[in-house]
Design a protein around this ligand. Structure first.
Ligand code: GZL
Length: 310
């Protein structure tokens, strides 16, 4: 009996669609919207059954979602962690349940790296460095002498992109001692919060602000509204550098309201689905997979806009 049933069972098991549980940060930005669309479309294309949970940017909701995926005995769990720390316990529960975990977009700080199989996402430190290099060049050309005061809109407190984009930027701008970050606060990656914090920066009126460094385009777009409402001109009065490369950023550059955006690719869906299949098939994967990204300045925005996929 075992002999006759064996092949049938194995054939059936091989055909059952892979079930992937995905815990998403939230819906805080254009980048996130594009990232979610890429994951959902790619699951459909790949014939993968996707269980998708939106955490509204709360870590406890991501922990709950991962526990629910474990209870449902999904084949693979993937998630974009809203913050770096606090994952050891729930990832150990997944490991004990023999469910492999793939990290996408953002990294985690865990004591035991075997708690996840691989991490696919951008190099945020390099993104910060790219922004810093653009600012060094801009400062030389635009503010030839005297102090160069920068205000910074940080991403979500404790998130890998916020920590690393700050780190990479500061590593580069220290080459020019005239350049100083005079105010820095989190705008939580959203337009609304970015506008609110920029309003506060502008009200302070203690130092002339030469440039805004925003950790994502959505906060930059919010800040542009604050700058205009304060009767100032974005780019002309306050230069603006941001990260993501979403459609809104290209439109702002075409309108002459943003200087440059550093690309951060959200279209990780197809690679994630292939990784889930590889993990299920027992393949060994590299621990870290990065995505290639560019830098887009206002002078190329109009020609690039029609080509953008997010
Ligand atoms: C970066 C991603 C960040 C984006 C923001 O990979 O984690 O989160 O830069 C998004 O737009 O909110």
């Amino acid at each position: 009996l075992a002999l006759t049933l064996g092949p049938v069972l194995s054939v059936h098991a091989a055909d059952a669609p892979l079930v992937l549980g995905f815990s998403q940060v939230g819906a805080e930005s254009e980048w996130r919207t594009a990232n979610t669309a890429s994951i959902k479309d790619a699951a459909k294309q790949a014939g993968i059954t996707l269980k998708f949970a939106d955490a509204q940017q709360k870590q406890e909701n991501q922990v709950k979602a991962i526990r629910s995926f474990i209870a449902q005995k999904v084949d693979v769990i993937a998630f974009s962690p809203v913050v770096e720390s606090g994952w050891d316990t729930v990832l150990r529960e997944a490991k004990n349940a023999k469910i492999p975990v793939i990290l996408t977009d953002r990294a985690v700080n865990v004591t035991d790296p075997s708690l996840y199989v691989t991490f696919i996402g951008s190099d945020f430190v390099e993104e910060g460095r790219k922004a810093g290099r653009w600012v060094l060049d801009w400062a030389k050309k635009t503010v030839p002498q005297g102090e160069v005061n920068i205000v910074e809109l940080q991403g979500t407190v404790g998130s890998a992109p916020a920590i690393d984009r700050k780190k990479g930027f500061e590593e580069i701008i220290k080459a020019d001692p005239r350049i100083k970050i005079v105010r820095s606060q989190s705008g939580d990656f959203t337009r609304a919060k970015g506008k609110e914090v920029m309003e506060a920066f502008l009200k302070a009126k203690d130092k002339k602000i030469h440039l805004l460094y925003a950790h994502n385009d959505d906060m930059a777009i919010g800040a542009i509204q604050a700058i205009e409402e304060a009767g100032l001109k974005p780019v002309k009065d306050i230069a603006i550098v941001s990260i993501d490369g979403v459609r809104g950023a290209f439109e702002a550059m075409v309108a002459g309201k943003l200087n440059v955006t550093i690309e951060c690719n959200p279209l990780l869906g197809p690679q994630l689905m292939q990784l889930a299949k590889d993990v299920k098939a027992g393949k060994t994967l590299p621990k870290r997979i990065t995505t290639e990204e560019g830098v887009f300045t206002a002078d190329v925005a109009a020609q690039e806009l029609p080509k953008r996929k997010y």
